[in-house]
Design a protein around this ligand. Sequence first.
Ligand SMILES: [Zn+2]
Length: 352
Amino acid sequence: MNSALRRRLLKSALALPLAAAIGRIGHAQPLPDVARLKSGYAQRLKKILAAGKLPYIDIESSCNPTKVDIDSVAQSIDRMDIGLMALSADMTKGQYRDGVRFDNLSERLLKAWPDRFIPVGNGGQPPFLTEAADEFFAAQEAAAGQQPMLLLGEFEMRHYPSPRQVKRGELDRDVNIPIDGPAGHRLFALSEKLGLAFQLHYEVEDELLAPLERMLEKYPKAKVIWCHLAQVRYIERASRYSAAYVEGLLKRFPNLYFDTAFGDASSFYPLSNQRHARVWGTFGGLVDAWRDLIAAYPHRFLSALDLGGDRLERIAEYDRKHRDFLGRFPKDVQQRIAYRNAWSLLFGEEFA
Ligand SMILES: [Zn+2]
């Protein structure tokens, strides 16, 4: 076979699935508005509840938008009776080099599966938040004005390398952006301006707490989801953080929420060799102080899986662990954490 013929055959073989994909997108419904999304979400949650299952809203997962298999994630969501998922795009270095500052993953998700995904802005990660913060924020704000968006983030202001990155020897994701610096002010101000909550990744260290408190004071209308409740990677750096400290924050800052994406009782942070999910006690039960805090402030905690591009295929395991955590609370608290709180945070009203 000569090379021209081979190229032509290859091209037509590639063209078929591509045409099918384009055809499908082309025939999909136009992007639904927030009112349509909301009614689809409500129907879905009620259907799962009517079947006697507990739906939850995963408020914080992310993926590589150039690689994600949308249909496969949607099918997993169905299989596990997950209510909704806020799956945000962690844009790639390649996209960064190509000048991309906003990825339209949410648009693609809503066009294909409008009653399963929540439209969310892009993950604020390096190099986007570290090298091009102004352009990145401007792109998020512009997108929020043009298409449905119900949430922002996750913004990594202080982020140690993740356990999986440590395993891969990728230690460059050691992010330290002052929360009270220009990017932090822009983030909190954007949340106030758009009326949207943002997900914050902010490791627990004594000296980081006061700057965060100052920002929460300065921007009382910013809606902040501090991700990974009680995930402390180095206990020696976090002498001030405790359930009592978090309770003090909840009392002072009515727009502060925490998500419950953390490891299980046996999960270690490899760089410190410590069990970093501090809600869990030695024998696998919840520590009383953390369980009591959640039960005492049931409106302020949110379900989250924290899936990522390198672990989307582990969704069943993450679902099982999260349901195990939820199952340790009375039914009404479970419902609050699972979907009622996220619903009121996203829509400003109770789920009815
Ligand atoms: Zn995080």
